[in-house]
Design a protein. Structure first.
Length: 344
């Protein structure tokens, strides 16, 4: 059964989606400098407390429109094609143009940001597998899986195995999220308190949190890879979940409810997500970061990331890149129907 999204909810989450892709671009742009400038380090850590949890949450919310059936199969096929296309493109350019060495190139090792595509398929399939359970049970199970996956003696980056389970709770919550209940609860006063809490968290990180281990925020490593073999290591992940839920909920206060140009840009965030990695890689290999030593230059870098995110979300980019970013899959479904017809 296809669930219809409330119009206001769709607008709010499109606004949120573009704001989040801005934080993704900014976070990736400043990462090479975070150990040189404390301000950038604090911004980076603050962003990572909420941006991927919320991005997965938004993805789960929009999955209401077609998790199963023909729409669900079509989405899974498209995600699979996107993964194959961009995994190949990034690897090819690294070998021929960027000349990046010491990278393990394999379809089983998602390239940089492409982990999200591999995990997105996993989130959809896992949520489908739990759909007969109550929403509360699904959330509890997904939280338990997110903790338990850290104990497995494996490479967490393999097919984004670790991140799939670590971020699963956010996808499940997004899928079952009630926007109407959210509007009734999130009054103007509560939004002001939440915005203040979000800003306060940034200040706290800047003053006392720069020693926070970044690996925990990435969600890509097991406890052993993070240097923790204690039986109680899962408690650290539970504590991190608490931080991420609080930070994500507080950040929602910054998102406007009304429709605007931001809403339109939010419809094309996939293009920013999949294409901005080429820009980041080009900036790194060009030596750009060797010229950034002053906070003013860092501010220009952040402004450039924002402008480029807006540029990549323009209709002209979608028109030119759509065959690659949103590859058609109807031909696969047609072949499938023809194959079934021959065997029946």
């Amino acid at each position: 059964m296809v669930k219809t999204l409330p119009k206001q909810g769709e607008t709010y989450f499109l606004n949120l989606r573009f704001i989040l892709i801005l934080t993704v671009f900014i976070g990736n742009a400043i990462e090479p400098l975070i150990h040189q400038m404390d301000g950038l380090h604090a911004l980076f850590l603050w962003i990572f407390t909420f941006h991927m949890p919320l991005f997965v949450f938004v993805t789960g919310y929009f999955a209401k429109g077609g998790l199963d059936g023909t729409a669900g199969r079509k989405t899974l096929l498209q995600i699979g094609l996107q993964y194959i296309i961009f995994q190949s493109l990034y690897s090819f350019l690294d070998m021929t143009v960027f000349r990046v060495e010491n990278i393990h190139r394999s379809f089983f090792a998602p390239y940089l940001l492409l982990w999200f595509l591999a995990s997105h398929m996993g989130w959809r399939l896992l949520t489908l597998g739990m759909r007969k359970l109550s929403p509360t049970t699904q959330v509890v199970i997904s939280l338990a899986l997110g903790v338990l996956i850290g104990y497995l003696p494996l490479d967490g980056a393999w097919l984004s195995f670790s991140r799939t389970f670590v971020y699963l709770p956010f996808f499940v919550i997004g899928y079952h999220f009630s926007f109407d209940a959210f509007v009734q609860f999130f009054t103007k006063k509560k939004r002001m308190i939440a915005a203040a809490a979000s800003a306060a968290l940034f200040v706290i990180i800047a003053l006392w949190g720069l020693q926070m281990p970044e690996g925990w925020l990435f969600g890509s490593m097991t406890f052993m890879q993070l240097g923790h073999t204690e039986w109680y290591a899962g408690l650290y992940r539970l504590a991190l979940y608490g931080l991420q839920f609080a930070s994500a909920a507080a950040f929602l206060a910054w998102v406007p409810f009304g429709q605007s140009h931001l809403t339109d840009l939010g419809r094309r965030t996939l293009y920013v997500f999949l294409l901005h990695g080429f820009i980041i890689r080009l900036a790194v290999v060009s030596g750009l970061y060797s010229y950034i030593h002053h906070p003013a230059a860092a501010m220009l870098l952040i402004a450039g990331a924002v402008l480029l995110a807006v540029a990549l979300a323009q209709p002209i980019v979608r028109k030119m890149a759509r065959p690659v970013v949103e590859p058609p899959v109807t031909w696969i479904l047609r072949l499938e129907r023809m194959s079934i017809g021959r065997t029946s």
